[in-house]
Design a protein around this ligand. Sequence first.
Ligand SMILES: *[C@@H]1O[C@H](CO)[C@@H](O)[C@H](O)[C@H]1NC(C)=O
Ligand SMILES: *[C@@H]1O[C@H](CO)[C@@H](O)[C@H](O)[C@H]1NC(C)=O
Ligand SMILES: *[C@@H]1O[C@H](CO)[C@@H](O)[C@H](O)[C@H]1NC(C)=O
Ligand SMILES: *[C@@H]1O[C@H](CO)[C@@H](O)[C@H](O)[C@H]1NC(C)=O
Ligand SMILES: *[C@@H]1O[C@H](CO)[C@@H](O)[C@H](O)[C@H]1NC(C)=O
Ligand SMILES: *[C@@H]1O[C@H](CO)[C@@H](O)[C@H](O)[C@H]1NC(C)=O
Ligand SMILES: *[C@@H]1O[C@H](CO)[C@@H](O)[C@H](O)[C@H]1NC(C)=O
Ligand SMILES: *[C@@H]1O[C@H](CO)[C@@H](O)[C@H](O)[C@H]1NC(C)=O
Ligand SMILES: *[C@@H]1O[C@H](CO)[C@@H](O)[C@H](O)[C@H]1NC(C)=O
Ligand SMILES: *[C@@H]1O[C@H](CO)[C@@H](O)[C@H](O)[C@H]1NC(C)=O
Ligand SMILES: *[C@@H]1O[C@H](CO)[C@@H](O)[C@H](O)[C@H]1NC(C)=O
Ligand SMILES: *[C@@H]1O[C@H](CO)[C@@H](O)[C@H](O)[C@H]1NC(C)=O
Length: 855
Amino acid sequence: MRGPAARLLLIATCFFFLIAHARWHARPAAASCIPKERDALLDFKRGINDPEHILSSWQRTHDCCSWDGVSCSHRTGNVVTLDLSEVTGDDPDSALGGQISPSLLSLEHLKYLGLSWFNQTLPNNNSLEFLGSMKNLRWLHLSGSLFSGHIPPQLANLSKLEYLDLSSTSFSGRVPPELGNISNLQHLDLCNTQGTYSLDISWLTQLYKLAYLDISFVNLTMVASDWPHVLNTLPSLEVLNLENCALPSTNQTLRHLNLTMIVQLNLSFNYLDRPLESCWFWNVTTIQYLELSQTYLYGIFPSSLGRLTYLEYLGFTDNANAATIPVDLKDLCHLEHLYLGGSLSQGNIKDLVDKLPHRTTTHTIPGTGNCSSLFAIDLSNNYLTGNIPSGVANISPILIYLDLSGNNLTGAVPHEIGNSSLGHLILHSNQLTGQIRLLPRNLDVLDLSSNFLSGPLTSHFVPPSLKGLMLSNNLITGRILQSICELKNLAILDLSNNFLEGAFPRCYGMSKMVFLQLSNNGLSGMFPSFLQRCSDLAFVDLSSNKFYGTLPLWIGEMVKMQFLLLSHNSFKGHIPVNITNLRQLRHLNLASNNISGAIPWSLSNLTVMSNRHRNEEEIDLPEFYRSVNNRFAEIFLLVVIKRQVLKYGDSFYDLVSIDFSQNHLTGRIPDQITSLNGIVNLNLSWNHLTGSIPEKIGHMKSVESLDLSRNNLYGQIPPSLSALTYLCYMDLSYNNLTGRIPPGRQLDTLYTENPSMYDGNHGLCGPPLQMNCSFGDNSREKGNQTTSEKDSETIFLYFGLGSGFTVGLWVVFCTLLFRKTWRIRYYRLFDRACDRVFVLMVVTWHRLARHVTAD
Ligand SMILES: *[C@@H]1O[C@H](CO)[C@@H](O)[C@H](O)[C@H]1NC(C)=O
Ligand SMILES: *[C@@H]1O[C@H](CO)[C@@H](O)[C@H](O)[C@H]1NC(C)=O
Ligand SMILES: *[C@@H]1O[C@H](CO)[C@@H](O)[C@H](O)[C@H]1NC(C)=O
Ligand SMILES: *[C@@H]1O[C@H](CO)[C@@H](O)[C@H](O)[C@H]1NC(C)=O
Ligand SMILES: *[C@@H]1O[C@H](CO)[C@@H](O)[C@H](O)[C@H]1NC(C)=O
Ligand SMILES: *[C@@H]1O[C@H](CO)[C@@H](O)[C@H](O)[C@H]1NC(C)=O
Ligand SMILES: *[C@@H]1O[C@H](CO)[C@@H](O)[C@H](O)[C@H]1NC(C)=O
Ligand SMILES: *[C@@H]1O[C@H](CO)[C@@H](O)[C@H](O)[C@H]1NC(C)=O
Ligand SMILES: *[C@@H]1O[C@H](CO)[C@@H](O)[C@H](O)[C@H]1NC(C)=O
Ligand SMILES: *[C@@H]1O[C@H](CO)[C@@H](O)[C@H](O)[C@H]1NC(C)=O
Ligand SMILES: *[C@@H]1O[C@H](CO)[C@@H](O)[C@H](O)[C@H]1NC(C)=O
Ligand SMILES: *[C@@H]1O[C@H](CO)[C@@H](O)[C@H](O)[C@H]1NC(C)=O
């Protein structure tokens, strides 16, 4: 499911919630309050932390019927509503917390109780059992609250309850089957109650009035395989959400269909693995919203799909490319969202587009003369062939989003697309040819990367609101035109891997740029001066071009810079000390230039490169990229790590690196560099550095690749090197190092992998080299050597234990680190968000997980 899909889901969820809420909230006018009930409420207030003073209107001197969140029966004066969800809004930061006092039991006539976003402080499994005694409750809304323990089975005593929302609460354990006794229940929402499960859903069959059922994320692995039949006993169901329930794959055929009123059905993220044709829901003609992403349903879409004339949303993405869609969808005049990415096994794009509802056909919505409401179409990654039909972008007057990426589409981008209403045009990873011409006026994002587009960019290439322009990996030639400067909103510009030439035009616009990728072209000129006005720049890659001149001093003003990649150009002069003002810099690559002078010692000011100083304010680049472009950044970083150039997905973010290799740097390696203990890759090879390797190099705990080869370093290898337990590549060759090689299993393993790592240092001795350390060594050093040898033996012992443990680990670690692993899963989860708590939870998890590299 893609961004718009997720958004729609959220909107749909909110919509249903609002309807339900409105239905139950015909508030009676204020009446004066009953003292006993007022006291109960005050008692309740005493148990609650209210840092934001949300309950400030709750004063003994005021009529309790006029307190915020309270309302009374007009007739009797009894409190009938206590709804603090309304007061707290949906802002978890202003949430109430504390203990819910059983004094609420005195509110005998309470019908509506809402406490969303409540943060229960003391863990107390039984704190909500008393709710089971509130006999008159009709509406109970606790979503988003943090409660410990199980869902209290006592809730089943609430025989008048019609609405129960426990979504996104932190209850755990088994969903109590007693809930089946609440025979008046019409709305049951257990969505995303983390860690809850059900062994048997037959209790649902008693809830014959149920119209809304959302048990997404409740673990239903263990339920019997007749679950479609259980659901078929709930004839009033209008909304059925079973997303990500680990439902067992089972026969989806129902002999007799009772579920004739379903409007919204979500079975996504369950491994159903059945033929599409055998599914029961195609005959439910009332369906408006159908979400089947990652269900692994396969085969032919049945013709009854063409008769779901109320359908507005069809989500069928990531289903392993095993489906075909011969059905004519022309009658689906209400279809707004069609997401079929990664699901179809083959097809010609024209045949498929011809089947979609069109702006002008004989089938029309009565009275409008028009049958097409299509708003978003995703046909990506479907092995589609053929030329893009010229009419596709004008299929509907409101088509905003078109994604045909990752297919085998050929030919040119039809120029009719220039007259469309498109905002997002995603055609990357096809075999498109020709030149890029007219573009839609309202385009926000254009992604044509990884095609065979050629020719120069034309001058009318400037949709004014463009935020993201991705043209990498094509055959585009010529200069970058001045007109690009008119893209005032451009935040992402990726022109890498083309044949562009000349200097970047002098621009005065483009001040919103965050992500600039120009690598691997033939661009020349000085460091582009317009960048000085781009105060939000976080990623700049100019590598593998022909830029020349010195690095400007104002480089230090781009304070949000995180990635500065300038390698393989002809920059000369010193590394400007001002570069160390870039406190958020996490990746600096100046390799293969003509840079001379010393390495600034103040590099230690690059605090983000040291684990101890994580900067909370830096923008999350991968997330930013995705928010604009709706897909993961595919970054090719020219990082020579373990002698390989690696392609990065989103995990480029974790590669904290300094690469100054192949320049003319002189002087010593500043000791201060060792405080950058978050660095993963340090490459200073092929320079003229002298002096010794910093004694404290062992403090750079995160280093995985260390290359100091081809310099004039002398002195001994510091024993602390054996403390670098994540090291998986090292090269010290062709220096003037002397003395005994420090022992350590880690270094031995590295040596086995790269036996040339000590080459060209004629003064090195001891294992693993053949040369013995003779006692005839120059005697001045000998004295020093005995002490340091002693040190190194101790360190060896100490870390020998550690590295015995980590030797196995680093192999795994090194191979896993640079894959786009968990992040994909994270985004999928993110998309599945059923409301904000879940989003928050995932984001928190994401922050935690960012540094935990697990597959
Ligand atoms: C809940 O309350 C506890 C204790 O006051 C606090 O530590 C925690 O941060 C709160 N959690 C949230 C999500 O507000
Ligand atoms: C809550 O219930 C769980 C499981 O029933 C139990 O392990 C835990 O000790 C209980 N905690 C309290 C505070 O009663
Ligand atoms: C409430 O429910 C519990 C368990 O479900 C039951 O044992 C108890 O008798 C019920 N109480 C009332 C007053 O119905
Ligand atoms: C669901 O429960 C089963 C068995 O209790 C367990 O093996 C599985 O990991 C759970 N699935 C999830 C997603 O928690
Ligand atoms: C629903 O269908 C089943 C058969 O699948 C049938 O036994 C039952 O009577 C039908 N009606 C209701 C209200 O469950
Ligand atoms: C699925 O169930 C239907 C009737 O409920 C039956 O006709 C069909 O053969 C079953 N299919 C499979 C593959 O078991
Ligand atoms: C669905 O409808 C078709 C034709 O309208 C019918 O043949 C089929 O039996 C129906 N299936 C179910 C499960 O009702
Ligand atoms: C798509 O293109 C790729 C690369 O040219 C080719 O290997 C593949 O067979 C094509 N697939 C189809 C379905 O044409
Ligand atoms: C370089 O940095 C210093 C201090 O950090 C500052 O005074 C100076 O103005 C900067 N130079 C430029 C051109 O930004
Ligand atoms: C490095 O940071 C320190 C403390 O923030 C500051 O005083 C010093 O001037 C900085 N050095 C340079 C060269 O920017
Ligand atoms: C290596 O060091 C020795 C002694 O310090 C010196 O004589 C020699 O010139 C150095 N060699 C190089 C290549 O720097
Ligand atoms: C040997 O150690 C002494 C002091 O312990 C120091 O002054 C001298 O510079 C050292 N020599 C070398 C070659 O490190």
